[in-house]
Design a protein around this ligand. Sequence first.
Ligand code: DGL
Length: 282
Amino acid sequence: MSKAGRQPVIGVFDSGFGGLTVLRALIERLPQARYAFLGDTARLPYGSKSRRTIARYAAQSAQFLVREQGAEFMVIACNTASALALDAIQDAVPVPVLGVIEPGASAAQGASASGDVMVIATDATVHSHAYAAACQARGLRAIEKACPLLVPLVEEGWTTHPVTAEVIRIYLGELRAQAAAEGLKPDTLVLGCTHYPLLRRLIEQVLANNSASGVRVIDSAESTAETAVKLFNGRAAAQPGGALAQTEIRCFATDSVKKFERLGSRFLERPVGRVELIDLGG
Ligand code: DGL
């Protein structure tokens, strides 16, 4: 039975509000559940920080969701924290923790016929080579590229802007040239950052305009939600009182609450409601 004797809370954490794309995918599959989402907006971006700092921030954030909000499952809806701090988070909280890297790599395995995949992500995620390792473990060859300009462009709300399209064109052109130089024939592109699903349409347009319309785009938000539901659904459904009549969501942020409320609805595809400001210290 959950601690409160009610439907268990699923804690979802990201460095910012990009992880709301994972929450959206979770709600689609598991609408009658309680969610607590935390965006560590005061300390975003994680993608340019060291492993040590990312681990400290992510562990504090997970502890808030478990200790203060009673989360009994944790979904790390941040590729950077999943790539660099999954162990630290698992050590910090006594509940099951799911990251986004393994589900993303599994989805790439299901999608790729050539066995060669491209991954775009933040600097920290790429330098950790977490995706390359997860792909290699599944018999895939992965080529990774850091795309540091994309998070600020999404944060700015420029998800359909021509400048963003041009930045994507340059990044993907470089990545495909690198793949060709290494003799790879990638047919799959993993969006290895929780902000990138917001750019999916633009990315697919750029691929189509560059004779790469056959490349499958993998959204780790979708594959993570699928894995999470498989893992958690049985336990949630087994709670006394049955399922909730509707989704319950509480959103927390460490800064920029108004921006979260404004842009978050775009990520979540429904109003995020009132976002509560919290302080996790330094
Ligand atoms: N949430 C991060 C990720 O998915 C992107 C934003 C950041 O750099 O903090 O990698």
